[in-house]
Design a protein around this ligand. Sequence first.
Ligand SMILES: *Cc1c(COP(=O)(O)O)cnc(C)c1O
Length: 236
Amino acid sequence: MTSPAGRKDELAASLAEVRERIARACAAAGRPAEEVTLVAVTKTYPASDVVLLTGLGVTDIGENRDQEAAPKAAAARAEGATPRWHFIGQLQRNKVKSVIEYADVVESVDSERLVTALDRALGERPAPLEVLVQVSIDGDASRGGAAGDDIWRISDAVAAAPSLRLGGVMAVAPLDWDPDRAFEELAAITGRLVTHHPDATTVSAGMSGDLEAAIRHGATHVRIGTSLLGMRNPLR
Ligand SMILES: *Cc1c(COP(=O)(O)O)cnc(C)c1O
């Protein structure tokens, strides 16, 4: 068990390394480093890590399970940590009401039914919720994500929903693909999306193992867990 001060030093060191990787990847791609937002994925790690990371300047936190994220966001808030919360996991419609209580961005919208459920649940809320359409790059929908014409149908539905704002797309590179090929494919999809929805410029792509390739192909957000917080229990 690491002491709180030890954990802070540990996170500060890994954060510096990740920021350096992002900066180097941006430089290599001829992009300003400010173009890429780091989303720290804290799943399986406690709220105290969220508090430490926000204290170290991390502005965006990603979580993939509502059961874990809802109490974590509440606990972090009680400690004064109010980052932007990104929901990045498969979202069941019966969790929508809970997720909109803390999420600032829902990155994993991959069906029109989910668009409708989110829009209804948000009701008359004044500020729209930012939504990314999760794209399945290899068309295998079993791991989540929309493919083919569904991408355009869902994007249009988000854009037309009064309580939602279409931010762009999110994707995970397929396990058996070269990440460059995967993110090139995603860039082509993004290019087509912005011709219809010019403000939908967010590209959430890249994780601990492939952030360089994602940045090379235009990612605006990288979602980093392992490289920042350490290895997770393989069961989760
Ligand atoms: C867990 C997770 C990440 C972070 O993955 P690492 O390889 O630990 O950096 C990114 N995106 C999604 C959707 C995840 O579920």
